[in-house]
Design a protein around this ligand. Structure first.
Ligand code: SF4
Length: 327
C-alpha cells in the first residue's frame, strides 16, 4: 500500500471516529490576525484583556504577508482576512506608520476580502489625519467596496457613538471613498443605538438611504458613498468579560470555531499563538512562533490544529459520553 492510500485510510478512520478534526481539516477557513494586544482603551468586556498596559509588540507585517501567501496556495483558504487587536491603529502611535497601509495594500492587490476592526479610539489623537489619508490611498487604489471597516457601537466601548459618528463623517465626506462600514453592536439597546447613529448622521446633513442585496435580501444603509450595516454580536465570557454578569458562558468554547458563513476561523495573535475561533477562553491552539523565534509553516500549524481538535473531541467524548458532531 502506498503512502497516499495509507494516509487516506488513516483520515477515513479518524474522520469516522473523531469527525470534528475532519471538519477542521476540510472546512474552508478565514484568517484573523490579532495584530497587537495594546489598546488605547481597557474595556471591562474585553475578551482579549487588551489595554494600554499591554506589550506594544505587533505580529510583523512580513510574517502576516508570508502566512497569507502560504494560505493563497491552499484551495481551502476562503480568501477572507480580518485584522483586529487590541487596536491595530496603535501601530501609528508606535512609529510604525507603514504597518496598516502595507497590510491593506497586500490584501487589496491579492484580491482578499478584508475586514479591518478598529475601535476608533485614535480619532482625537495626532495620528488621525495620517490614518484617514492612508485609508484614502489604499481604498481608492482598488475596486469599490473591497475594504470593510468594522466599528463598535455599544455601551461598553467609551465614546463609541461619538467616535463612530466622527469616523463615518470623515469617510463619507470624501467623495471617492467607497467603503463598507460594519457596525458591531452588543446588548439589548443595540437597535436603538443604531437608529440614534443614523439620526445623528441626518442631523449632520447626510441623507441616509436604503439598499437591499438582491441575492440575500440583506438591508444596507447608504450614506453618500459609504455602505453601512449593523450586526448584533454575543458578549462572550472570555478575558476580562468573564467578570460581567451579562456575559455568555459558552460551555464548550473549544468547539466554537465557525464564523457566520460556517467557515472555520483561524486566529493568529501577537503572543505567537494560533487558535481555532476568535474569542478568548479554552480554545484549540498551537503556536505560529517557534521556540527559536522563527515562524512555523502554515502547513504544520494546520496539521497541529487538526490533531488537537481530535484530541479535544476524544477528551470531550470520554468526559461527557457525547459526540461533538451528531449525524
Ligand atoms: S474591547 Fe476593543 S477597545 Fe476595548 S480594550 Fe479590548 S480591544 Fe480595546
Amino acid at each position: 500500500m502506498n503512502i497516499t492510500k495509507l494516509h487516506k485510510k488513516y483520515f477515513d478512520f479518524m474522520d469516522r471516529h473523531l469527525p470534528f478534526g475532519g471538519l477542521v481539516r476540510r472546512n474552508p477557513y478565514a484568517i484573523v490576525f490579532k495584530t497587537t494586544n495594546w489598546c488605547w482603551y481597557k474595556c471591562a468586556h474585553c475578551c482579549e484583556s487588551a489595554g494600554p498596559d499591554q506589550m506594544t509588540t505587533f505580529i510583523p507585517a512580513t510574517t502576516i504577508k508570508s502566512y497569507l501567501a502560504q494560505a493563497m496556495a491552499d484551495p481551502m483558504f476562503d480568501k477572507n482576512v480580518v485584522f483586529t487587536g487590541g487596536e491595530i491603529m496603535s501601530s501609528y502611535r508606535f512609529d510604525n506608520a507603514d504597518y496598516v497601509p502595507e497590510l491593506l495594500t497586500f490584501c487589496r492587490d491579492n484580491k482578499l476580502g478584508t475586514d479591518l476592526k478598529t475601535n476608533t479610539g485614535w480619532i482625537n489623537t495626532s495620528v488621525a489625519t495620517q490614518i484617514f489619508d492612508d485609508l484614502h490611498t489604499v481604498v481608492t487604489g482598488g475596486p469599490d467596496y473591497w475594504l470593510q471597516v468594522s466599528l463598535s457601537l455599544d455601551k461598553f466601548h467609551a465614546n463609541s457613538m461619538e467616535n463612530s459618528l466622527k469616523f463615518i463623517t470623515k469617510i463619507a465626506t470624501r467623495p471617492d471613498m467607497r467603503v463598507c462600514i460594519h457596525i458591531c453592536m452588543l446588548g439589548p439597546s443595540a437597535s436603538n443605538d443604531y437608529d440614534e447613529l443614523k439620526k445623528h448622521l441626518r442631523e449632520r446633513g447626510f441623507r441616509v438611504g436604503r439598499a437591499f442585496s438582491p441575492n440575500t435580501g440583506q438591508r444596507f444603509d447608504v450614506v453618500n458613498n459609504v455602505i453601512m450595516y449593523p450586526t448584533l454580536g454575543t458578549l462572550f465570557a472570555g478575558g476580562r468579560a468573564k467578570n460581567l454578569s451579562d456575559a455568555y458562558h459558552n460551555k464548550i468554547p473549544q468547539f466554537t470555531v465557525l464564523s457566520d458563513d460556517m467557515h472555520t476561523l483561524m486566529a493568529f495573535d501577537s503572543f505567537g499563538r494560533v487558535t481555532l475561533g476568535e474569542n478568548d477562553g479554552h480554545k484549540i491552539k498551537t503556536r505560529w512562533r517557534a521556540s527559536d523565534g522563527t515562524s512555523r509553516s502554515l502547513w504544520n500549524i494546520r496539521r497541529d490544529l487538526v490533531s488537537r481538535a481530535q484530541y479535544e473531541e476524544l477528551r470531550y467524548r470520554i468526559l461527557t459520553g457525547k459526540k461533538v458532531l451528531q449525524k
